[in-house]
Write a protein that binds this ligand. Structure first.
Ligand SMILES: C[S@@+](CC[C@H](N)C(=O)[O-])C[C@H]1O[C@@H](n2cnc3c(N)ncnc32)[C@H](O)[C@@H]1O
Length: 177
């Protein structure tokens, strides 16, 4: 498992064509989710926890990571270095609809919650993966549990450190089954 604190374009530039069997990515959606999250958490705080807005939302530092969607060059690099792809928030990236119109829907099974009830992920034809390129904290834990090789990056140092901490804690837990 190799997880680095860097820009994903720098990471991908180091790999040859089709190096990764599967890329699972969760890029910025360009909808200001970072700011909306903090605003909702703030309004819930002001309402002494009684407002539905912000329920379950943690207040994070002020950031700009969700201002824009990734560039076309990002998607070209992604398709160059990986054979198959799963792209969270694929409904926000018109360029990729040219390649496939397949979506999976994650029903979070959580209601009365101010985050979305579900999310869409765009996918190319899926296959069993061995080498994966991903960055989501849950994805890293799953790769560890399943014994998949993982290469990943996160640009923001604070998010990177918190992810590494969570992964290290997970690895330190004794497997019961
Ligand atoms: C939608 S969030 C993904 C959250 C992730 N699924 C998780 O569980 O932690 C998008 C993330 O992409 C990161 N990011 C934005 N631009 C990036 C870039 N050029 N290279 C690497 N990471 C980037 C942001 O800092 C943010 O943490």
């Amino acid at each position: 498992m190799l997880i680095t604190n860097e820009d994903n374009m720098e990471l991908m530039a180091r790999y040859e064509d089709n190096y990764f069997d599967l890329a699972i990515v969760d890029p910025p959606y360009g909808i200001g989710a970072d700011k909306a999250q903090n605003a909702a958490a703030e309004s819930r705080k002001k309402a002494n926890g009684k407002s539905k807005a912000g329920k379950g939302w943690k207040e994070y530092k002020v950031s700009n990571w969700d201002n824009e969607i990734p560039t076309d060059e990002y998607f070209k690099e992604l398709f160059r270095v990986s054979k198959k792809q799963i792209i969270w928030g694929g409904n926000y990236f018109p360029l990729i609809w040219n390649y496939s119109n397949s979506f999976l829907i994650w029903n979070k099974m959580q209601r009365d919650f101010s985050l979305a009830d579900g999310e869409l992920a765009w996918y190319s034809e899926t296959q069993k993966a061995m080498r994966t390129f991903d960055f989501s904290r849950g994805g890293a834990l799953a790769c560890h549990n399943l014994g998949f090789d993982l290469t990943a990056c996160e640009l923001d140092k604070e998010y990177y450190d918190s992810a590494i901490k969570r992964i290290d804690q997970h690895k330190a837990q004794i497997r019961m089954f």
